[in-house]
Design a protein around this ligand. Structure first.
Ligand code: SF4
Length: 340
């Protein structure tokens, strides 16, 4: 089994598909899903009664238009808005005392567009003192001051998504990106960390495996490596078939583990099957009418899980055209996963 995303990868390049499980229970569950012929009863015995991981969309907006993202389409085809504070607080109250290990304060959005984020991070930190709080940002609004405010509020980790560090490539992949400003900010944050002023907030660079992307970022990664910035490399996914090529409609090579471990909550309280479901074809519940626990253990989500375990998602379900299980297979075993 490969331990790095590429042969002879530099130490600063890591595979985003092979992150460590957040709990011993998750390790057992993933092992069963990834390497076995998972029996539904055994999976059900190991599945948490409440999600180990959350992603929360406090605002649904983004100012970018990346070629890898469904947002340029879904910005006008899906209802957009901001979460009400009452809903956020109710959600946190439902999560208190549960075994939640990791909370992403982002979902299909640019989280730094929400000016409430530092205050809401502090609310999440108070409610979930043990959880790792993190977010992904495109970096357009990231500054040393905004990073410091989030760190002070209790954020643990920021992932800055950079599609490339070459101006021509960036214009091709993410038109309008203020690349010089983002690189300058990262330089300042790296300098803070070298001088140990950066505190405990971890910074990572998220990069997709687009042509030329890693090569363009390599000099920067070398420059930042003594500041602890690693590059997490992920294959380009098709986001449940919303961008790129649809998955050929064959049996899944491995069940997608995401709906067994993580809950994804939209700004309006709808709970999605997973973060890839940009077209909201897999809404599994609504916090305006149900608790998160009811949704997590409810019949709708259980039906999706059952189809994933059987290897045959329903036509019309987000999983039917999604390539995530193929990418999981590739990360685990190499090859395409198509022959399974
Ligand atoms: S297979 Fe794709 S759409 Fe289905 S749960 Fe996994 S990531 Fe989501």
């Amino acid at each position: 089994m490969a331990s790095s995303p590429r042969d002879s990868s530099p130490p600063w390049l890591q595979s985003a598909e092979r992150r460590a499980p957040v709990a011993a229970g998750e390790e057992r569950l993933l092992s069963l899903l990834d390497h076995g012929d998972p029996q539904p009863a055994e999976v059900e015995r190991l599945r948490p009664a409440f999600p180990w991981r959350l992603q929360i969309q406090t605002t649904s907006f983004c100012q970018a238009a990346c070629v890898t993202c469904p947002w340029p389409e879904t910005r006008s085809t899906q209802e957009q808005g901001r979460m009400e504070e009452g809903m956020f607080r109710t959600l946190l109250d439902q999560c208190r005392g549960r075994e939640i290990r990791r909370v992403g304060l982002y979902l299909q959005n640019e989280p730094l567009l929400d000016p409430r984020l530092p205050a809401w991070t502090a609310l999440a930190r108070e409610a979930l003192p043990e959880a790792v709080l993190h977010l992904y940002t495109n970096g357009w609004l990231l500054t040393p001051d905004s990073a410091a405010a989030l760190e002070e509020a209790g954020l643990d980790e920021i992932h800055v998504s950079l599609l490339a560090a070459d101006p021509v490539l960036v214009e091709r992949y993410a038109p309008g990106t203020p690349l010089p400003a983002i690189l300058h900010t990262l330089d300042l944050l790296a300098a803070e960390r070298r001088s140990e002023q950066g505190g405990r907030l971890r910074l990572r660079i998220a990069v997709l495996d687009l042509p030329g992307a890693v090569a363009s970022l390599a000099p920067w990664a070398e420059r930042w490596k003594d500041a602890g910035f690693a590059l997490d490399l992920a294959p380009v996914g098709n986001r449940a078939g919303a961008v790129g090529r649809p998955r050929p409609g064959r049996r899944l090579p491995v069940p997608c583990h995401l709906p067994f471990t993580k809950a994804c909550i939209l700004w309006n309280g709808q709970v999605l099957l997973c973060a890839s479901d940009w077209r909201r074809q897999g809404v599994v519940g609504d916090l305006r009418h149900q608790s998160l626990e009811e949704i997590w253990n409810g019949a709708v989500l259980q039906r999706y899980r059952g189809r994933l375990l059987a290897g045959h998602p329903e036509p019309g379900a987000p999983c039917f055209r999604c390539d995530h299980p193929l990418r999981r297979w590739q990360a685990l075993y190499g090859g395409s996963g198509l022959a399974v």
